[in-house]
Design a protein around this ligand. Structure first.
Ligand code: TYD
Ligand code: MG
Length: 463
């Protein structure tokens, strides 16, 4: 087959060049030109000229109210936690991108999901570009998937994969991984930005036209972004992301984007010797077990999607060198710097000459600002060497002016903590339940705060 013409397109401004250049000729950005297949539009014909428009038939337009909104057909994957993040199961023709560090369990989870889909009567296809068929078979034996009817294709060439999907018409196909697939229309190597984008676009089109739900597995770069262009995230319907530390057994799957369900929903799994098992009641797994309270630890309630989770925030403040370090794991580092400034300015607690380390226990990543108050309390607790009281927790966003802002759906957070036996809370004033609801929070002493210094004062009074 003749090679199609390729052009180099700037990722910043969309300008094109027939050959690769270090600097974009249109916007002068450096290193932004990537290879893509040229549009086969006839030269000299601008499709936006009025002449051309009069030739084209106008497409049919419908009124929104007249369009049938048929409920999407869901195919439950048999893994409740995965279904939860997907919004109830796989959707016909949907494209799901699932990302995560190597070895975190993407292939394992998807093989398990395909097997139970197959057992549920859907036809499935597992395309592997990283492992041989024998390796996949070995894994399936290990997972205890006896007599699995999942079809396996070991292939990395895009055309062959598309042809196979076309011929088999599976209900669900998994491409493991998108970085290994390549199209021979492009000269760049598999895994390059241009290849990933091109292959994902073709596979997306294939999903939409055939109705096959396609799951793309993606690797993650060191920076934590899905390797390959961010455009991949725009193209697909759902972006799921694996979190967790490979050395702990818990794994979180988080929905970053979902056209068919709630975003930020998480599924919790435990990696066992028989693969990933859903954890149906995960609220307490991110607490470390201290027999007695220790300094530098504060529990917070984070709300992930629809489910509250209790997470322990740990801080260690220790005298540092001439340029003290600020390090955070699972929390935003810039936010930590900001919180330390607020702590100094508004509560008079200085950590200027101290190293500050903060960690969210269990490899969970917390992006919501409701963690702020707990981070500050953990830091001061470590600085003073005084533990927070037993059964204590806190949540609330902290602003630059030292104010404590309410967290969304505070009552649910309070309820979850009360259910798990927590007894003392410091929360933003607006999150305190009304008197009429007081019964539901029996046994829980709630301290309302509006400012950071108030929170510090209350905690000092408690300890
Ligand atoms: P894998 O699914 O291959 O990761 P990814 O596709 O995301 O790169 O996961 C491999 C890891 O999971 C490996 O470190 C071994 C572990 N594992 C188990 O603990 N139990 C099992 O049953 C399986 C299949 C893997
Ligand atoms: Mg894999």
């Amino acid at each position: 087959m003749a090679k199609e013409k390729t052009v180099y397109t700037c990722t910043e401004c969309g300008g094109t060049s027939p050959k690769w250049l270090g600097k974009c000729p249109s916007c002068a950005a450096w290193n932004t030109l990537i290879e893509s297949v040229a549009d086969a539009a006839a030269p000299g014909k601008n499709r936006y000229t009025s002449q051309f428009q009069s030739l084209a038939k106008t497409a049919e337009v419908s009124v929104l109210a007249d369009i049938d909104a048929t409920a999407v057909q869901r195919m439950p994957t048999g893994q409740d936690e995965l279904d939860r993040v997907l919004g109830g199961g796989m959707v016909e023709g949907a494209v799901v991108l699932i990302g995560g560090d190597p070895g975190i369990g993407k292939s394992t989870l998807l093989l398990q999901a395909l097997d139970s889909l197959q057992r549920g009567g859907e036809s499935t296809l597992y395309v592997t570009g990283e492992e041989s068929g024998a390796q996949v078979a070995l894994r399936s034996r290990r997972l205890g998937l006896v007599a699995s009817q999942v079809k396996v294709l070991a292939e990395i060439q895009l055309d062959k994969i598309l042809a196979t999907i076309d011929a088999l018409q599976p209900d669900v196909a998994v491409i493991d991984s998108i970085q290994t697939v390549y199209s021979d229309q492009l000269t760049s190597a598999p895994g390059s930005v241009a290849q990933v984008r091109e292959c994902a676009a073709h596979l997306t089109r294939c999903a939409k036209s055939s109705g096959t739900a396609i799951v793309l597995v993606g690797h993650v770069t060191k920076e934590g972004a899905l390797a390959g262009p961010r455009v991949l995230e725009h193209m697909v319907d759902t972006v799921l992301y694996f979190e967790g530390e490979t050395h702990s057994s818990f794994r979180l799957v988080r929905a970053i984007k979902n056209r068919f369900g709630a975003v930020n929903e998480i599924g919790v799994f435990a990696m066992t010797e028989k693969g990933l098992k859903g954890v149906s009641n995960p609220s307490a797994i991110f607490l470390s077990q201290h027999a007695e309270p220790v300094p530098g630890s504060c529990v917070m309630v984070t709300l992930e999607g629809t489910r509250p989770l209790l997470v322990e925030i740990q801080a260690l403040v220790d005298s540092g060198g001439p340029s003290p370090r600020r390090l955070s794991v699972g929390l935003d580092r810039d936010r930590l710097a900001m919180l330390l400034a607020v702590l100094h300015r508004h509560a008079g607690v200085a950590c200027m000459d101290q190293d500050v380390f903060v960690n969210a226990v269990g490899g969970v990543r917390i992006s919501e600002p409701a963690a702020d108050l707990a981070v500050l309390l953990a830091i001061t607790s470590s600085l003073r060497g005084k533990p927070l009281p037993k059964g204590f927790f806190a949540f609330g966003e902290v602003g630059l002016a030292g104010e404590v802002r309410p967290a969304p759906r505070g009552q649910e957070r309070l309820k979850e903590a009360a259910k798990l036996g927590f007894t003392v809370a410091v929360v933003p004033k607006a999150n305190v339940p009304k008197k009429s609801h007081a019964k539901e929070f029996e046994g829980l002493t709630i301290h309302a705060v509006e400012r950071v210094e108030q929170a510090m004062e209350i905690v000092r009074g408690l300890g």
